[in-house]
Design a protein around this ligand. Structure first.
Ligand SMILES: C[S@@+](CC[C@H](N)C(=O)[O-])C[C@H]1O[C@@H](n2cnc3c(N)ncnc32)[C@H](O)[C@@H]1O
Length: 234
């Protein structure tokens, strides 16, 4: 199946090994994880990880009745399928989810596809998510906070990322769709300085990464704000 509407992720798609280090550093105290569970509990439910990449998070949903990964990038499918035998992984995208109508309780989209901006309208993906969700089911979009936390300051200093999250556009877009947005402050914590350096260079232009590293010579982590956009199917 060719998915014409999918854009490969530069970070995950181009360097899955460094993206794995990034995922391991996320949310060391479980603040984001607790907020996700509060937004839509997946215990004994059917959960879809939409744009699951190489499947890092699939292994974490052990309390779900069923975990399903959807990923459009064929380069990442084998890794996602090998992650855990408890999850099924399908080739698909936000706009083409190969699942039956009203068959899912919770959808997580973690830094995947749902980046509304003046030049991109993800309504087609929201319609497709609405099709597969049961009434009362929830989509939780995990997005970067471009205002609060040290990660947000790096985004602001980085031209391509700053353009993606300009102003209140994403939160306004979700509010118009009937979603609510919750801010969560968490962090990144790495085991070594070289891991932090590699991930900063994956995510940001070299000059932005180097400026931050030079002005924080002793750090192994940073504060990281998230926005959760939470949409409930009527
Ligand atoms: C930054 S990566 C995040 C991967 C994974 N969610 C994680 O947190 O480890 C973004 C993912 O979104 C996927 N993606 C790109 N276009 C998509 C679409 N139209 N629908 C669903 N996922 C998409 C990419 O292939 C990639 O796996």
């Amino acid at each position: 199946m060719t998915l014409h509407d999918f854009v490969p992720a530069a970070n995950q798609g181009d360097d899955p090994a460094v993206y794995e280090i990034e995922n391991e550093a996320i949310d060391p105290e479980g603040v984001l994880w607790a907020a996700l569970r509060q937004a839509a509990d997946w215990r004994r439910k059917v959960l879809v990880d939409l744009g699951c990449g190489s499947g890092y998070w699939l292994q974490k949903y052990s309390e779900a009745e069923k975990t399903i990964g959807i990923e459009p990038d064929e380069r990442l499918l084998d890794a996602a399928r090998g992650r855990t035998r408890r999850a099924e992984v399908f080739h698909g995208s936000a706009e083409h989810i190969p699942l039956a109508d009203a068959s899912v309780d919770v959808v997580h989209a973690r830094f995947a596809y749902f980046f509304p901006s003046e030049s991109f309208d993800p309504s087609a993906g929201l319609e497709e998510v609405a099709r597969v969700l049961r009434p009362g089911g929830r989509l939780v979009v995990i997005d970067n906070d471009h205002v609060l936390g040290e990660f947000a300051a790096l985004l602001q200093a980085s031209a391509p990322a700053a353009a993606q999250g300009r102003g209140s556009y994403p939160s306004d877009w979700w509010r118009e769709k009937g979603a609510r947005t919750a801010a969560v402050m968490s962090g990144w914590q790495f085991d070594s300085r070289s891991d932090l350096e590699r991930v900063l260079h994956l995510e940001f232009p070299d000059d932005v990464a180097e400026d931050w590293l030079n002005s924080h010579p002793d750090r192994l982590g940073l504060s990281y704000g998230y926005l959760l956009h939470i949409w409930t199917k009527p």
